[in-house]
Design a protein around this ligand. Structure first.
Ligand SMILES: Nc1ncnc2c1ncn2[C@@H]1O[C@H](COP(=O)(O)OP(=O)(O)OP(=O)(O)O)[C@@H](O)[C@H]1O
Length: 552
């Protein structure tokens, strides 16, 4: 604006054959210095703010993912959540920094320029130029509304592509072994094609916005300004220099609108990204995470009364489960596949909320948040990170000393692997998902991590599925030697090791059908007696085959 006023003054001075004065030169130098400073500072401010916003948004999303828990994460889809935290956050930040600012400027700048024209050049021209200017917000908001559907379709297509990619990467080994590579390739190609189509649609619409803004709005505004400049200078209301200034200022009013037109694509995809982030953030989580109750499981044990649970709110995965787990007891949960064993463990670790019934220490009821804080879990597939052994242990127990870590590793049967220099071992990187460890070592490491957390409830989901018989015996010995106040509940299919538990619970179709000491259950007709008889018959047949083989 300052430069356009200077240009107008120059025209008037030249028309009057007068030289440019010192004030003019100082004014021009000042304006140019301000422009240079803004050109230097604005990108730096935008880059710093964008970096901060990206980090902040990702941190908040990660916090939310942790709060909603693994079941909700699986339900929404891990690919979708990765896509939201990476691509959607990038787009949302770009939307705010590269689109929202200019969009606000597109509305505010013309008004400021008009105010400037009214005060410095000609109030009548300012008043008349207000009419085409009023179209700017209508155009920007109108186009956004009109195209919001196609940006949503683009977002969904992009989400499907990311999820498909993630599936392919996760199942690379299985796909190769089963010759499914080309099938997966076709799925990825189809998902990519859908994204391409949606991008082309958005770009076509972006061109339409550019056309409307350039062809109609720009022509309308500039021709109005030129006509006003001609009319007002002809009638002597303004000087020729002021007329020139008026036309240059009308270009200034166009610049932000043009910018919005050029970046409408960012605007549309960014708005869709913001919607997706808001949708993910609205997923419910357990409110009381930060404030678990102070129940006394170490002294009183765990009591379940009529627990029911469902994954979808319709079908019950657990039905009226009642059981008592005395403090320090060791209980094995067995049963056919799909009978609800893992689901019961998920309820006990606060991952899945019981829809009915109570979980207590016999005195005070507990919700998912309290259960989360009281239990340590060893999953069937040990989850390890591409960090050092120490960091993999510290993520569960950040304050644990080296001695405590080494003790937990020894307890879990990794003493020999630690060798003579355990300190060095702790520094060793484990590779992606613990790739440098065998299945059994990874499993024992997960057990060590659970021991290190030192919670009153230790929940194990088929912990010995990746262990050889000798290691399994060692690990079970560890479980037996645990502090007597730790209550251990293990889901297992290894019937041969049931004697190591104080009690056995047999489940079927989401219910407890038998429970008690192993000896009692073996006497009672039912699942366990049949399974044991079957197990013994097979062992007998196997030894018979081996003897026959030897004789031959
Ligand atoms: N995430 C889930 N969403 C919906 N339903 C589920 C989910 N996980 C399990 N189920 C259902 O809940 C029921 C109990 O499953 P659960 O995994 O608890 O059985 P399980 O006894 O542990 O089986 P397995 O021995 O094969 O691991 C099954 O009908 C199963 O289909």
């Amino acid at each position: 604006a300052g430069l356009s006023v200077l240009a107008g003054r120059a025209v008037d001075l030249l028309a009057a054959n007068a030289p440019l004065d010192a004030g003019w030169y100082w004014g021009a130098a000042g304006e140019l210095a301000t422009i240079a400073l803004c050109a230097l500072l604005i990108p730096i401010i935008i880059a710093r703010t964008s970096g901060y916003m990206t980090k902040h948004q990702r941190e908040r999303l990660m916090h939310h993912y942790l709060s909603i828990g693994p079941l909700a994460v699986r339900r929404v889809g891990e690919g979708e959540l990765v896509h939201t935290a990476m691509d959607m956050v990038d787009r949302s930040v770009k939307y705010r920094s590269a689109f929202m600012g200019p969009a606000i400027a597109a509305v505010a700048t013309p008004l400021l320029v008009l105010l400037f024209i009214g005060m410095v050049v000609d109030p009548v021209s300012a008043g008349l130029l207000l009419i085409p200017t009023a179209l700017v917000p209508v155009i920007v908001i109108g186009f956004q509304k009109l195209f919001s559907g196609s940006s949503g379709a683009y977002r969904r297509a992009q989400g499907i592509l990311t999820a498909t990619f993630l599936d392919a990467l996760r199942s690379l080994g299985m796909l190769k072994l089963n010759g499914g590579g080309s099938w997966m390739g076709q799925r990825i190609a189809a998902a990519s094609e859908r994204v391409r189509q949606q991008v082309m649609k958005l770009l076509a619409r972006n061109q339409l916005v550019l056309l409307v803004i350039d062809a109609s709005f720009a022509v309308l505004l500039l021709s109005t300004a030129a006509a006003l400049a001609w009319w007002r200078s002809n009638t002597g209301a303004i000087t020729t220099g002021e007329a020139v200034c008026l036309v240059i200022l009308s270009f200034l009013m166009l610049a932000p609108v043009n910018y919005v037109g050029s970046f409408f694509y960012i605007g549309m995809t960014g708005k869709a990204a913001e919607q997706k982030i808001a949708e993910i953030k609205s997923l419910p989580f357990h409110q009381s995470v930060a404030n678990p109750l102070d129940v006394d499981l170490r002294a009183r044990g765990l009591v379940l009364e009529n627990i029911c649970a469902s994954y979808d709110g319709e079908h019950r995965a657990l039905h009226k489960i009642s059981a008592t787990f005395p403090a320090g007891s060791r209980t094995a949960i067995i049963g056919a596949s799909g009978s609800g064993k893992t689901t019961l463990l998920r309820v006990l670790q606060g991952q899945l909320e019981a829809s009915e019934g109570t979980i207590s220490d016999g005195r005070m009821g507990m919700g998912p948040a309290t259960l989360k804080g009281k239990s340590a879990v060893v999953e069937q597939n040990a989850i390890l990170f591409s960090l050092s052994l120490r960091e993999n242990l510290q993520l569960a127990a950040p304050k644990a000393s080296d001695e405590q870590m080494i003790h937990a590793l020894q307890q879990a049967g990794l003493g020999a692997w630690l060798g003579d220099n355990p300190g060095e071992r702790l520094e060793e990187k484990l590779g992606e998902s613990g790739a440098r460890l065998s299945g059994g070592q990874a499993q024992r490491l997960a057990i060590a991590r659970a021991l290190l957390v030192d919670r009153p409830l230790l929940l194990l989901d088929e912990p010995s599925s990746a262990l050889d018989v000798q290691t399994e015996e060692e690990v079970l010995k560890t479980l037996r030697s645990l502090d007597s106040s730790v209550t251990v509940i293990t889901v297992t299919h290894r019937l041969g090791l049931l004697r190591d538990y104080d009690r056995v619970i047999v489940m079927d179709e989401g219910q407890i059908i038998q429970s008690g000491q192993l000896a009692e259950l073996l006497e009672t007709p039912g699942y366990l007696k049949n399974a044991m008889a079957d197990f013994q018959t097979r062992a007998h047949q196997l030894s018979g085959t081996a003897t026959a083989g030897e004789q031959q």
